[in-house]
Design a protein around this ligand. Structure first.
Ligand SMILES: [Zn+2]
Length: 250
């Protein structure tokens, strides 16, 4: 699943079209069925922003197109009229460029709002207190799992929850009730710092993510991995630096 930082990069690329009246086409039949071209063609694209795991495209008249990329979706921005093979979901054509959405499995049009998301971890000054309040309202949840709930904090995906928890020395298996405000806040701050660096183009060294069975870069213990939560996303952690909670046995 694309993380918040890759969505932010897509949002940056799409800025070249903001403020322009766009021609809208939906070459893919599944997108054509949504009648997006009929409703959006010729409107001014007013803004494009990443919000959690969604890209929100706001058009003149209050129309908001929500694009969730899942595993496969990709936005490309190319010079207008560039030849292509295949059927993209959506083409937004401006004066000099066009934005092309390939394999966009989730594309929904609504007026205002969008899903109810928690504060965005990639905001310039993230609303840490509001995030803590939302995490505190779910005292039984394990921290590693709660960090992926977009209604509590939006934008954190599997890579950065593992990396941020390692940075803060907090076990993903502890419950939020069992973690201090300082620990939770340090985790959120680490996620923000790492993800902001990634948006800026840095390639941070992975500390635990996909390093199962290799040595922790801090203490040398072997990194573990185990599926966690309803979504069974794999959590990675150092059992020595990140102690406690209902750690799985094997
Ligand atoms: Zn360690």
């Amino acid at each position: 699943m694309p993380e918040g930082d890759s969505l932010h990069r897509a949002a940056l690329r799409l800025q070249v079209l903001v403020g322009q009246k766009v021609d809208v086409e939906t070459p893919h039949p599944r997108a054509a069925a949504k009648q997006l071209a009929e409703r959006l063609d010729g409107l001014v694209l007013e803004s494009v922003e990443a919000a959690g795991k969604n890209l929100l495209l706001r058009f003149q008249g209050g129309h908001v197109l929500r694009s969730h990329l899942r595993m496969t979706g990709r936005w490309r921005v190319v010079p207008r009229g560039t030849a292509r093979a295949g059927r993209p979901w959506l083409v937004l054509r401006g004066a000099a460029h066009e934005a092309v959405l390939w394999n966009g499995p989730v594309l929904e049009l609504d007026r205002g709002g969008g899903p109810r998301l928690g504060p965005d971890i990639l905001d310039e000054e993230p609303a840490y207190d509001a995030m803590l309040e939302r995490l505190r309202a779910q005292p039984e949840r394990q921290v590693g799992e709660a960090l992926l709930d977009q209604r509590l904090v939006s934008g954190i995906g599997n890579i950065w929850r593992s990396e941020a928890l390692w940075e803060a020395r907090l076990s993903p298996w502890r419950t939020t009730a069992d973690a201090t405000d300082a620990e939770l806040r340090a985790t959120l701050e680490a996620a923000h710092r790492l993800m902001a660096a990634s948006v800026a183009g840095a390639r941070p060294l992975r500390r635990v993510y996909r390093r199962t069975g290799r040595s922790c870069r801090r203490c040398g213990a072997l990194v573990r991995a185990h599926a966690q939560g309803d979504g069974a996303r794999v959590a990675y952690w150092c059992p020595t630096c990140q102690r406690g909670g209902q750690e799985p046995k094997s």
